[in-house]
Design a protein around this ligand. Structure first.
Ligand code: EPZ
Length: 417
């Protein structure tokens, strides 16, 4: 089984380029189903999740051609199948996002219930409630959701929670509905804005993305487009933490600073220097790591996808920090692995009390989800001795070239069979 071996490394210094956003690419790939014309996408990194989504779309009828190293052409002239099978949905929860576009394109979809994953039960009730509001019949049959409609009819939808996926699925199903749809209490993440911009570049009429209320006026059909996805703010945040953790200085290139403000604010609170430029940030450690408190919230609050990386950072802070995970009910599994490295963390429900220490000790650990895996790589950079990380398929889902990128700025890290 392939693992990643990380040895205590000195300060990381130099430049790191961030890839296109995984959490933008996945809904945008699904949205390419909305037109029979070709879509050309740029800044598409080589991620396992992208491969799985492309496999699913090919099953549905997509012709996909990877052009040069980071671009991809996709065209779904005809939908040849409207079923998203369990074996693909269970690998990649985001493949549930094909439901909206299939309904928009052919008024029917048969999608496996996605099931939970390590970080939580991951329900889809808000997606289904929204579809029903838009005149879609939903039935359950042997683990599959069967959805169909005569016509998608625009309506108002209130989301009880600003779910990213539900907001995305509903934008996609409403963009060719009859009439207007208003989604209230929707997600405001940058990836929502990116999806809305993509659909609008196809001729869609979506306004308000990035606010609590999105208005979609249905159009008859959408055309092909060419689009560059936004940079991955979570990959960027992960490398920003690495600079502070190792006492180094990193220039993180291909970043939209406005998308990483919560991470910048917290890194400044722990004592780092952060300089923002138009499309990059420089993060420099000032030697100390102060304790601070973290509460994960929907955007523009502190991102849950950065919680594991900060739990590690705060494990080495001066003093005690409190982390409150409000988005997922089981997103502290990385704490057990950090405890095995000597961290001092106490979990009480969805709160973690982190007592900072001077050092951690390298040992064998396993990745429990992709962000936990990234946090364990960072832990290995500063732990005494050697850290061997298994279950690294989690990491490959969301971090293209993380080993090569960290090697280039001084990390002692390598794959091992
Ligand atoms: C997206 O997942 C991201 N994934 C996640 O990133 C991210 O952690 C999450 O948003 C929150 O920011 C992608 O974009 C592919 P949600 P999603 O629907 O859409 C509850 C990563 O590491 N909920 O906003 O599944 C749900 O249980 C991944 O890159 C319902 O109750 O997240 C959870 O508690 C991990 N009913 C909360 O909302 C629903 O119908 C947030 O879920 C849907 C969600």
């Amino acid at each position: 089984m392939e693992t990643i071996i990380v040895k205590k490394s000195g300060a990381l210094n130099g430049h790191l380029k961030v890839n296109g956003s995984k959490n933008s690419i996945l809904p945008i790939l699904a949205a390419s189903l909305l037109t029979r014309e070709k879509c050309t996408l740029h800044e598409i990194p080589d991620l396992e999740d992208v491969h799985v989504m492309c496999d699913l779309l090919s099953n549905l009828g997509a012709k996909i051609n990877k052009t040069n190293n980071n671009s991809l052409e996709i065209q779904v002239e005809n939908i040849i199948n409207y079923e998203a099978p369990y074996d693909l949905i269970s690998k990649l929860r985001a493949s549930f996002l094909v439901m909206g576009p299939l309904l928009s394109r052919i008024n029917k979809a048969k999608v496996s219930m996605p099931g939970g994953c390590a970080i939580g039960t991951r329900p889809i009730d808000l997606h289904l409630k929204g579809f029903k509001n838009l005149n879609v019949d939903i039935n359950f049959n042997r683990g599959y959701i069967q959805a169909q409609t005569e016509d998608i009819i625009g309506n108002n939808v209130y989301l009880d929670f600003p779910s990213v996926g539900a907001t995305e699925n509903l934008m996609m199903v409403a963009c060719t509905a009859k009439g207007k749809t208003i989604i209230e209490n929707c997600a405001e993440e940058p990836e929502i804005i990116d999806l809305a911009n993509f659909i609008n570049s196809m001729g869609g009429k979506i306004e308000g993305a990035g606010t609590k209320t999105i208005t979609i006026v249905g159009v008859d059909e959408l055309h092909g487009t060419e689009y560059t996805v936004i940079p991955d703010r979570i990959e960027a945040g992960t490398y920003m933490v690495a600079a502070v953790l190792t006492g180094g200085e990193l220039y993180i290139d291909n970043v939209i600073p406005a998308h990483v403000q919560p991470v910048i604010a917290k890194l400044r609170e722990v004592g780092a220097e952060v300089v923002e430029s138009r499309n990059s940030v420089m993060v420099r450690s000032k030697g100390m790591i102060n304790s601070t408190d973290i509460k994960t919230l929907p955007y523009p609050g502190f991102p849950t996808d950065m919680q594991a990386q900060f739990m590690l950072l705060l494990s080495l802070a001066n003093g005690t920090s409190v982390i409150n995970e409000t988005i997922f009910e089981n997103r502290f599994m990385h704490a057990n692995e950090l405890l095995r490295m000597g961290a001092n963390i106490k979990i009480e429900g969805n709160t973690a009390i982190v007592n900072g220490l001077n050092s951690l000790t390298g040992t064998k650990v396993k990745a429990t989800d992709l962000r936990a895996g990234a946090a364990l790589i960072l832990a290995g950079l500063v732990a005494d001795g050697e850290t061997e990380i298994s279950e690294i398929h989690h990491i490959k889902r969301g971090y293209a070239d993380i080993v090569e990128k960290l090697q280039a700025v001084g990390a002692n890290i390598a794959y091992s069979m």
